[in-house]
Write a protein that binds this ligand. Structure first.
Ligand code: SF4
Length: 312
């Protein structure tokens, strides 16, 4: 596939297995992502790379990175993951926030690790202007980039997005890994560094995998500390009268209709099979179905009832 700018695609996204023709979504995401959202997402990733260009020298000097900055970067990575968020206005707000953070770090850190456009770019005010600028952040924008370098950079970026999904959840529970937090920044900055060779980017890819394991450990610690280790529990396995609900489309309430069997045959049966009530279905086949007397239903059940099935 050629360059998206060359071919004037409205968007370019190939971050998930649903991607169109296994090449890239270029008009509208198979997932429903619009070109507007895809382009805002490109610009958001561009911005957190720029933030990382200012944050990296601070980390290297031993200055602890403000967790609100890390949390913002993690949230951006998670927001732009496949189909997590398609709300353009949320992306615009995150973009504005990214510029505020970038300016703060610029004032604090001074020079970026390297003065690439990611660091020096300043976001405009309006969404229209942001969309006008978004092509500079497109995956294929740099036409001269070595395809292996581009692929490795994207692989690391998608790894970071995966890490963010776990990290975001762990942070919600009050857990995080300082090592992984620094890694978000170090890796994003590395993706702007034209001096890195294929071999160095392969090493970074491997390191991304290690960080994914580190974050999963942290999430496991959070879950098992707060919710305990999963263990077998006793549950009630006795079948009872059931009410089948969702997925049934009759316009008439079940109690107004003639045989419930009719309902079972016309959809509830399929649903019941899907939901695993095989024993009950066998009973249905053996005429253990009956119409439910309206008087036996609560008002709530009357609203939701599709068919009432009992064992023979
Ligand atoms: S996330 Fe959506 S737009 Fe991107 S490749 Fe997957 S289906 Fe296409």
């Amino acid at each position: 596939m050629g360059n998206n700018m060359e071919l004037d695609y409205e968007m370019f996204c190939y971050q998930c297995e649903q991607t169109a023709n296994q090449k890239g979504c270029t008009k509208l995401g198979v997932c429903g992502k619009t070109p507007e959202v895809a382009n805002l997402q490109d610009l958001l990733i561009f911005q957190i790379k720029g933030i990382s260009c200012y944050a990296r020298p601070l980390i290297e000097k031993g200055t602890p990175m403000d967790k609100s900055v890390v949390s913002f970067i993690e949230n951006v990575l998670f927001t732009t993951l496949t189909n997590v968020n398609f709300d353009a206005e949320v992306h615009v707000e995150l973009l504005r926030e990214s510029q505020r953070i970038k300016e703060e770090l610029r004032a604090y850190a001074g020079a970026p690790s390297q003065p690439t456009l990611h660091a020096t770019y300043d976001l405009p005010q309006t969404k229209t202007e942001m969309l006008r600028d978004a092509p500079i952040a497109g995956i294929m924008y740099d036409k001269s980039l070595d395809p292996d370098i581009r692929s490795l950079r994207q692989t690391v970026l998608y790894g970071l997005k995966g890490i963010s999904a776990y990290g975001h959840q762990a942070r919600e529970l009050g857990y995080y890994s300082d090592e992984a937090d620094d890694f978000y920044i170090l890796a994003l900055e590395a993706l702007t560094d034209d001096r890195l060779s294929v071999e160095e980017l392969i090493r970074l890819t491997m390191r991304t995998g290690e960080m994914a394991i580190e974050v999963m450990k942290k999430l496991d610690e959070a879950n098992t500390t707060i919710y305990q280790n999963p263990a077998p529990q006793k549950v009630n396995v006795h079948l009872k009268k059931g009410v089948k609900e969702k997925g049934y489309t009759s316009r008439k309430p079940a109690w107004d209709a003639t045989p419930a069997r009719q309902y079972v045959r016309s959809g509830a049966l399929r649903r019941a099979r899907r939901t695993g009530f095989i024993g009950i279905i066998a009973s249905v086949a053996g005429t253990a179905v009956r119409t439910v007397p309206r008087t036996r239903l609560s008002e709530n059940e009357k609203k939701r009832l599709v068919v009432h099935i009992t064992k023979k």
